[in-house]
Design a protein. Structure first.
Length: 173
């Protein structure tokens, strides 16, 4: 199966100019020509498909609404720059949400779990050292650590919500 050759900057500039006039077909072709690389970049930054898909949707809404203001000589670079900016902003938001949820979950843990997590992650102690410091058995320390990490992992899953994948037709990453 052969793939079409990537569009040149001149061809993409033409599509961008036509998009600026409200040409939906030109926008669809611009999307198809740039979405694979934009999606790859967003996924790389966010390390998760769902937020990357959300970022891609934001980016292409921006492209549609601001095509007339775009850097017409380098439309692929403009789309990737928008993707980078949106993905970094989204990453910061996700990190802040995850930190807030983690802090909340730390408060929900037993005092023993909080102590074990604090010694391991903030104090840098091994589980064997924690057992010696606290007087707990090594298996108790492992159990407390596992329970605490399970709670934090469950909290992290709550932060991301499902979203549908944007259409990608004929694009090659």
């Amino acid at each position: 199966m052969s793939h079409p050759l990537p569009l040149t900057d001149t061809e993409l500039s033409d599509l961008l100019a036509r998009t600026a006039t409200g040409d939906a077909d030109a926008f669809a072709r611009l999307y198809d020509a740039t979405c694979a690389s934009a999606y790859t970049l967003a996924t790389h930054i966010l390390r998760n498909e769902q937020p990357a898909q959300r970022v891609l949707r934001e980016v292409y809404v921006h492209v549609w609404e601001h095509a007339a203001e775009a850097e017409a000589r380098h439309p692929r670079a403009w789309v990737l720059l928008l993707t980078h900016h949106h993905a970094i902003a989204h990453r910061r938001t996700l990190d802040a949400q995850a930190e807030a949820v983690s802090r909340e979950r730390l408060g929900d843990m037993s005092l023993e779990q909080q102590r074990v997590i604090a010694l391991a992650y903030f104090g840098g102690y091994s589980q064997t050292e924690i057992a010696a410091l606290t007087g707990e058995t090594l298996s108790a320390v492992r159990s407390l650590t596992r329970g605490a990490l399970d709670q934090l992992q469950a909290a992290a899953r709550v932060v991301a919500s499902p979203i549908t994948l944007p259409r990608v037709s004929g694009a090659v990453a």
